[in-house]
Design a protein. Structure first.
Length: 253
């Protein structure tokens, strides 16, 4: 899709309506997961499935604070993970590690917040309040963007970021979803990498935003310096209020 269409005011209203309907369908019948017999659910009553919950809370409901839209209001209960009262916590890292997988994550951001879903702890899919964003400062900063790689010796230091094909972001305070189909890097018997990791498909709120994107190496801020055959799911928690629910991993290998 051409950039002028991506940012067009003329199509924005219609696209938003379509995305809201698609998101509703996706969230109400995220039943595509039923075919996954080995599905691992990571959001529930506690942090049993996580190894670094410092600063995070389990709540029953989250919503934007109408008086302070840069904050989220929470209510007691279970099923939702939120990064503390002011939106600042250490990254949440799963105990489960995986190679090839389908990953489903539902999230809500406050106004101006950003976060990220790191597949294998290495490759970040950006979460960002980019609703109505017209001119992203660099590729990969948008919600659903594949964040850039980083090298202090390069100019510019950031490179190989990938913008989503469509701005599928919803307004702050709305629940959104990612469905991520990931193929891990391949290694030979000696541990030498013989094939890059790849996002086979990323779906944001029911809309395909990436297909067959090869990753020559980890994006900025990885857990490990190089590609790995298996790694955890990592959720960024220190860039503003963010809530997650209905997180699951379906191993495909």
């Amino acid at each position: 899709m051409k950039k002028d269409v991506w940012y067009s005011n003329a199509v924005y209203g219609a696209l938003t309506l379509v995305l809201v309907l698609a998101a509703s369908m996706s969230l109400s019948c995220s039943g595509q997961d039923r075919a996954c017999a080995g599905k691992l659910k990571l959001a529930g009553k506690d942090f049993t499935m996580w190894r670094s919950p410092a600063g995070w809370q389990v709540v029953g409901k989250a919503m934007i604070d109408k008086a302070r839209p840069k904050m989220l209001v929470r209510k007691p209960g279970t099923g939702i993970l939120i990064n503390g009262p002011v939106g600042k916590a250490k990254d949440l890292i799963s105990k489960t590690e995986f190679g090839d997988a389908r990953v489903h994550v539902e999230f809500m951001v406050a106004q101006g917040s950003n976060s990220g879903v790191y597949i294998q702890g290495q490759y970040e899919i950006q979460i960002f309040d980019s609703w109505k964003l017209r001119k992203p400062p660099y590729p990969g900063i948008e919600c659903g963007g594949i964040y850039e790689r980083w090298d202090e010796n390069r100019t510019p230091k950031g490179y190989e970021g990938y913008s989503p094909l469509v701005n599928a972001a919803l307004a702050p305070g709305k629940w959104q979803s990612f469905d991520i189909f990931f193929r891990a890097a391949r290694f030979d018997a000696n541990g030498k990498k013989i094939a890059d990791a790849r996002f086979e498909k990323i779906i944001h709120n029911g809309v395909v935003i990436h297909e067959n994107v090869e990753l020559a190496g980890p994006t900025r801020g990885p857990m490990f310096p190089e590609d790995v055959p298996a790694g955890p799911l990592r959720l960024q928690g220190d860039h503003g209020p963010i809530a997650f629910r209905n997180i699951w991993i379906c191993p495909l290998d």
